[in-house]
Design a binder for this molecule. Sequence first.
Ligand code: UDX
Ligand code: ADP
Length: 458
Amino acid sequence: MADKKHILCIGAGYVGGPTMAMIAAKCPDYTVTVADINEERIAAWNSDTLPIYEPGLDALVKQCRGKNLFFTADAISAIRDAYIIFVSVNTPTKRFGTGAGKAANLQYWERCARIIAENADGPRIVVEKSTLPVRAAEMIHKILQANSNGFEFHVLSNPEFLAEGTAIKDLENPDRVLIGSMRTPDGHEAMQTLVDIYARWVPREKILTTNVWSSEMSKLIANAMLAQRISSMNSVSALCERTGADVREVSRAVGMDSRIGAKFLRPGVGFGGSCFKKDILNLVYLCETYNLPEVAAYWEQVVKMNEYQERRFAERIVRSMFNTISGKNITMFGFAFKADTGDTRESPAIYIAKMLLEENANLTIYDPKALENAKKDLDGYENVRFCNDPYEAAKDAHAVAVVTEWQEFAEYDYRKIFSLMAKPAFIFDGRNILDHNALFELGFEVYPLGCQELTHLK
Ligand code: UDX
Ligand code: ADP
């Protein structure tokens, strides 16, 4: 018989790992098991070097691991023991067949559903934690029931809103927890079980309960709207560079309107991360499926604007450096898709690096946490080296391009960096985190994003 106070999470990734560590810490009377088919990943979760970098995660895992938090490659035993099963496996964009390039590939999810159904020896609550396109829970419920040994499965949707780099803070103090359930007495009971878990540390008024479709849809729309704000500001940055307005001033002035709000208006080299692009493309596919081409085109433009912004940044580098970077040394500060993470999934850095390499530049990449992933992303490319020291990386560079907003980039000794670089020394600040006037005074050719350059070359 499964233990009602045993939680299993299938998928020990960026979402599953931190979320389960938080639940284990907040619910010491529950046993929490996290399972993954990737044995190497499980070994890392059981070691001193966790597979993902996330501020505050090490301490949380150390506090609970071996007590009520366990990592295993054996999902099947855990399915027998646990009554509540979260599924947090990857749902990448489909690369083949119908919906290729847009729809979600649900094969990993479906495989999990079948394994759960085949191995559960009684009813279970199955919680959808990965972002799934709307109406996926219905499909999952059907697979579970069709394969079950006569037991009832209750499918809940409980999307995760944590952002990487702030995952622990977001989990500890979420804006809201969303739980979608079927509108049946059993569905309601399952929902209440999950509400009670979160209510251990989240104020009840922040726990929203909806129907399953609204919950799934809310996750897609939240990500699409966040990304839309960034694309809007990035489009404005292009206009500012032409007109002499400064996008930072525009962003500040616009964000002070309380109806708009200041967050997610930071222009940059483009948004990355595993969610935004994937979720918007899911949304686009959904609109196309329901024959809403205008709605699909509206959201697709958010992704197109992002690709334009990445391209624009690389093109500005080439144009400013006398229209050629062939044989020149360019140093990228940052490769992660944002600060405080080693994750490079969909990082604008990947596209920018490839564009610069296609222009025959010699690239040097420095990132405090993402170098190992960067090596994988640029596997097979020549003329690229990876460097553990920012000053060493800047030596003999014709240009430095800031691609990730790591705080440490703002704290370097730029007098020293200037002295190490070839002249004229260009600096392209794709995240606007540096002191541009101070750099100009030091002698740099400074290219902030979304405003005109500061140059000695006129
Ligand atoms: C996002 C959502 O925020 C989170 O709720 C969801 O669960 C998963 O997707 P994440 O991708 O981890 O989280 O990071 P986020 O902070 O949203 O940043 C995404 C990208 O947007 C990064 O590349 C970041 O640099 C960029 N960004 C963010 C900007 O360019 N400007 C901004 O103002 C904010
Ligand atoms: P996210 O950012 O959504 O957490 P990740 O890719 O970091 O995504 O994590 C998803 C995890 O799910 C991976 O570690 C992958 O090995 C795991 N996974 C995928 N399919 C299965 C499966 N059938 N059983 C167990 N784990 C799985």
